[in-house]
Design a protein around this ligand. Structure first.
Ligand SMILES: [Cu+2]
Length: 154
C-alpha cells in the first residue's frame, strides 16, 4: 500500500522557504532581485503611460497588434518628460522576463529611434509563453537615466 508523502506547510517550513527565497533573491540573479516577486493588481498591467522610477520620464507602449506568445512583436515606445514634451535622443535598453518562472526574455530585443519625435521602436521582442511578463525599459536621455517597468499579461 502506498501513501503519498505530503509537505506539511507548518509555519517553520514557510519561514525557511521565505528566508531561502530572500537569500536567493539577493544573490547572483539580478533579475529576481530587481523584479517584484508578487504579481501586482490588474490596475498595474497594461501599456501605460507609466512614470519611470525616479519620475524623469512618462512612457507608453503602442503595440502594432495584440501581443501574443511565440511570435515577434512590434512595439513603439513613446517617451515624454513630466510636462508631456516628447524626448528624442535617448538611448533605450530592453530587458524582461517572467518573475514567477525566474527566466528572462528568449531574445535580446533592442529599441531604436523611430521617425516620430520621442518615439522608439522595439525590435526582436518575443514572448515564448503566455502568462505574466515584466518588460523593463532603461531610458538614458537628456534628463538622466531612469527605468520604467511594464507588467503585461500575454
Ligand atoms: Cu515562463
Amino acid at each position: 500500500m502506498h501513501s503519498i508523502p505530503r509537505f506539511s506547510h507548518s509555519g517553520r517550513f514557510r519561514l525557511g522557504l521565505l528566508l531561502g527565497l530572500v537569500l536567493l533573491g539577493t544573490g547572483a540573479c539580478a533579475h529576481l532581485a530587481i523584479w517584484p516577486g508578487e504579481k501586482p493588481p490588474a490596475s498595474e498591467f497594461g501599456f501605460g503611460p507609466r512614470v519611470s522610477e525616479h519620475g524623469l520620464y512618462t512612457v507608453a507602449l503602442e503595440p502594432a497588434e495584440a501581443l501574443r506568445a511565440r511570435r515577434l512583436q512590434k512595439i513603439s515606445v513613446l517617451v515624454r518628460d513630466a510636462a508631456g514634451q516628447a524626448i528624442s535622443g535617448a538611448t533605450l535598453s530592453v530587458d524582461g522576463g517572467m518573475p514567477q518562472h525566474g527566466h528572462g526574455l528568449p531574445t535580446q530585443p533592442r529599441a531604436i529611434p523611430a521617425s516620430a519625435h520621442g518615439t522608439y521602436a522595439i525590435e526582436g521582442l518575443r514572448f515564448n509563453m503566455g502568462g505574466w511578463w515584466v518588460l523593463a525599459l532603461t531610458i538614458d536621455g537628456p534628463l538622466g537615466a531612469d527605468r520604467v517597468i511594464f507588467h503585461l499579461q500575454i
